[in-house]
Design a protein around this ligand. Structure first.
Ligand code: NI
Length: 204
């Protein structure tokens, strides 16, 4: 092998090692997730809110600083989607064991007209004592939903009866620093949610 050939082989080897190292580093910094939904660059999610807890006290995002917030928007009269998602959240907390203490699971109503603080408290207990139900005025709810880019709309019944709420169904993961971390797709399993949280704990 001539001198030039040896240099070329060496260069290919070095470039390959560099590529491998870069890929490895990227995966460590941004662990792959089966449940994450890509958010377009420049789209901000989360931020400040002021809401009302089940005991009537005012709660803001600052109360959860230092813990992860796993936020879901829905309503207690929801016939199917909300109970399914909240059950998945509760089951993911069980899978995390002691590490669940790092997470504040939060359920924010998009139906404040019917979801009083008391109603929220009774409903969240059905899933997990740690689940924090938050409501507020129509304006407070509109503000937090806008900040999280959550969609909701009232659907009037055709003939009497009670109305339903149409709503988006994502889980939002906010870091201990208050910054948005991940958007979790609807229908994710407890195992998938727990895996995402563990990966985030390891990189926080
Ligand atoms: Ni729902």
């Amino acid at each position: 092998m001539g001198q030039l050939a040896r240099v070329l082989v060496m260069l290919v080897f070095v470039a390959g090692a560099g590529l491998w190292a870069a890929t490895w580093w990227r995966e460590q910094a941004n662990p792959p997730s089966a449940v994450g939904v890509a958010v377009p660059g420049g789209v901000e999610i989360g931020g400040k809110f002021s809401l009302v807890a089940a005991d009537g006290h005012t709660v803001t995002e600052a109360d959860f600083r230092g813990r992860f917030m796993l936020v879901y928007f829905g309503y207690t009269f929801c016939p199917d989607v909300c109970p399914t998602e909240l059950q998945a959240v509760a089951a993911s907390l069980a899978l995390l064991g002691d590490q669940a203490a790092k997470v504040a699971p939060i359920f924010i109503t998009i139906d404040p007209e019917r979801d009083t603080p008391k109603a929220m408290g009774e409903y969240t207990k059905l899933f997990d004592d740690r689940l924090i139900g938050l409501t507020g005025s129509a304006v407070q709810i509109a503000q937090v939903a806008k900040a999280y880019r959550a969609y909701y709309a009232r659907v009037e019944p055709k003939a009497g009866g009670t109305y339903l709420m149409d709503h988006s169904s994502f889980l939002y993961l906010i870091g201990p620093d208050g910054k948005f971390r991940a958007l979790v797709k609807p229908g994710s399993t407890p195992e998938e949610i727990a895996a995402l949280l563990r990966a985030q704990f390891a990189h926080s």
